[in-house]
Design a protein around this ligand. Sequence first.
Ligand code: ASP
Length: 274
Amino acid sequence: MDFIVLHGGLSKREELQKHVEKYAELAFEEPTALDAVVKAVVFMEDDPLYNAGTGSNIRVDGSIQMDAAVMVPGDFGAVINIENVKNPVLVALDVMKKSPHMILAGDGAIEFARKLGHAPHNPITAAAVEKRKRTLERLRSGELPEYYNPSFFKEFLGDTVGAVAYINGEFAAAVSTGGTSLTLRGRVGDSPIPGSGIYCGDKGAVVATGIGEEIMRRTLAYRIYSQIGDRPLEEICREEIERFGDIPVGVIAVSENEAAAVSNMIMPHHIVRR
Ligand code: ASP
């Protein structure tokens, strides 16, 4: 059986569910697992409702820095803290396919993107500007828990995007994010770190969402991947999510015969099988 699973981050925004469903169905028409997950993430990067590509979260200093990654068994590509591109996931794909490296960060990632023809694009939206303003005001007034307190993130997480697929016997995973709300410039989350926010090998593919620092602490994606085949995938994901207690986290995963989406907060997601 073939599968694709998409998630739209840990988000209470109901409208995201319908979008995730539409994008999952469309992306599943692609001929390969890699094409499908990249297409799915491009749809969500271009949709300003999501915290990826256009619509990404703005950092404390007012800039947007984005992380994205793609992975197939035995190969990986990622960009970290990339700026002013429309589709970070397509740059990550170019890093994997057209560079001798696996990860490019900051200025080097931007320069690489331009050389490969990714045109300058401003991902700032009015909604993201308003969100940053509101959050800063609430922080200053003491209405919010202290920054770096998990309950702060609980309120301002969300809308990051990811996809995993198993199509014609091949696995692939892709992820893209503007990071958690109001982080410091230069902060890197779990998404572009292989084994933490993303992992893909011969047994399956896993993508995580939630507080990146906590996900990295536990190398969550690889932990789940390494147990594939031992017991049902859903059970593996549930047990690993439970270890986080009330720290917000979610995962999507596929193996050769199972697909799972498990989280401890609302996570718009959609599984398509055929
Ligand atoms: N995991 C992402 C990060 O920490 C954020 C998210 O999933 O919402 O950058």
